[in-house]
Design a protein around this ligand. Structure first.
Ligand SMILES: [Zn+2]
Length: 489
């Protein structure tokens, strides 16, 4: 059915049968294929390829058709499917059902207060008690509850960033994590906690998606102005209700394998999902982010299929749900379809269609994640663009979990531009000639890794600074009131 739909939508009926094809590798043939893949994946019909939507399913169908046409083997699961299902549970917070009010004010959900990943489903009321930072630590001779009223049955107001004067000791800081201070508050009989901060850079700790520590009562985040108002209401009644609906869903990774009967496998990946429609229902079609990366990955598959002598097998992964927090790649890293020890390295392509957006250069990340990378980069021939290198892996895209699993990584992007995540990220705006050059760069690089001996992993000291501030904003603060609590089932 999915194939039939694609067939009708795109006139790609020859693809629907999955017949393997042979390809010309002239520049114009490569450009044409890149263009076709980007235009189809970024067409309005796919409605911005948001994870879990019909646009997602159509994208999956299209990528499978391409894998079949190239002649890749299905490797998504053991029963011969290209799809690796990615089960996922998230919480939905109904707008109208959550409240926070006093006898004087009713606060606006998502504007003045929001849910945190620690919150339980409950409706409570109690008198307000300000407990400062909520710190209790005998080694520090500090007890923020001392000298205050009994917290039992009360709604506690707690400032969650730790004060600056604490020792830089990771054991102490861990003991005083938000989680542990919340647990202490509920142990002392609190019915709910309102967290606030005066430092806008410190939201993410509330939305640690891996943290599944649900507290016994509601835990809201409140904005600083609300906190200042409430501070004057010590002892006054607070009424609050937290409602979370758990939603179980399944996303997809689309995985094809090129088996060369080699001992090691190279993973080549790109995410296929995007962010759907804007508020006026116009598709944010994500031509650069990341139809471009998928098109480039598919072109590499065609090229590598044609290279018969290879030291490596190749695993091609179109990751799903990257935009929701790299869910597809995180799932793959915890449920790999081949042992990660057999992975030589991982290449990721995310936004490779705007050569020129940050000057005539590409940015390559992870250049210090293997000692072999340096030699390869130094010996690469000239390309018609400059290369900006970042040593670290960055936490901006799907390569992140591979790096954490000690796999050397190699991530190319042409960088950010004003059309990023807007409906202006359209296929007409892609630099296809630039994409041909980047494809050839990647081909050259991958070919050279086959001659470079073992590619060893090397950890990179310090965090990559690339994108980190922006990443912080987009992934955490930008979604503050949108996706507060999600995890794997
Ligand atoms: Zn992206």
């Amino acid at each position: 059915m999915r194939h039939l739909l694609l067939c009708l939508l795109f006139g790609l009926c020859s693809l629907a049968h999955g017949q393997e094809q042979s390809f010309s590798f002239s520049d114009s043939a490569i450009l044409q294929r890149l263009q076709q893949d980007v235009f189809i994946l970024a067409s309005d019909t796919l409605q911005g390829r948001e994870a879990g939507t019909i646009g997602d399913s159509l994208s999956v169908g299209y990528i499978i058709s391409r894998y079949q046409e190239i002649g890749l083997e299905p490797k998504g699961n053991d029963s011969g499917s290209f799809i690796q299902p990615v089960p996922y549970t998230y919480s939905d917070f109904p707008w109208s059902e959550n409240y926070l009010y006093t006898d004087y004010d009713q606060y606006k959900y998502r504007h003045e207060f929001g849910m945190t990943s620690f919150s339980a489903n409950d409706k409570v009321h109690g008198e307000l008690l300000n407990v400062g930072h909520g710190i209790v630590d005998s080694l520090l001779f500090r007890d923020d509850y001392a000298g205050r009223e009994n917290p039992e049955g009360r709604v506690l107001l707690m400032e969650f960033p730790l004060p600056d004067d604490l020792p830089e000791d990771s054991v102490i800081l861990n003991k005083l994590s938000v989680r542990n201070r919340l647990a202490e508050a509920f142990r002392r009989g609190a019915v709910a906690v309102l967290l606030w901060n005066s430092d806008s850079h410190d939201y993410p700790t509330l939305f640690n998606f891996k943290d599944r520590d649900i507290m016994p009562g509601p835990v809201f985040f409140i904005t600083e102005p609300v906190a200042w108002k409430l501070k004057k209401l010590n002892g006054y009644s607070i009424f609050m209700k937290a409602t979370l609906n758990k939603v179980h869903t399944t996303y997809n990774n689309v995985i094809g394998f090129l088996d060369r009967h080699a001992a090691q496998t190279v993973i080549i990946g790109a995410h296929y999902d995007h962010v759907g429609l804007n508020k006026r229902n116009i598709a944010k079609c994500g031509a650069d982010d990341n139809a471009s990366g998928i098109a480039l990955m598919l072109e590499l598959a065609r090229y590598l299929k044609n290279q018969v002598n290879s030291r490596y097998n190749y695993l091609f992964i179109a990751f799903g749900a990257e935009e929701l927090g790299m869910i597809g790649s995180a799932y793959f890293c915890s449920h790999p379809v081949i042992p990660l020890e057999e992975v030589a390295y991982m290449c990721n392509f995310d936004m490779v269609g705007r050569l020129g957006a940050e000057g005539n250069r590409i940015t390559v990340l992870g250049t210090a994640t293997s000692p072999q990378w340096k030699t390869i980069y130094n010996e690469m021939p000239e390309f018609p663009f400059r290369i900006k290198k970042y040593k670290g892996a960055s936490n901006f895209s799907d390569q992140e979990c591979f790096y954490k699993e000690k796999v050397p990584i190699f991530y190319i992007t042409t960088g950010l531009h004003p059309d990023y995540h807007t409906h202006h990220d359209r296929p007409e705006r892609i630099n296809y000639t630039g994409m041909v050059d980047i494809t050839k760069f990647a081909e050259e690089f991958i070919t050279r890794t086959g001659e470079a001996g073992t590619i060893e992993f090397q950890p990179v000291s310090g965090q990559a600074t690339f994108f980190s501030d922006l990443n912080y904003y987009i992934r955490q603060i930008g979604h503050l009131f949108d996706m507060p609590w999600q995890d794997f089932p």
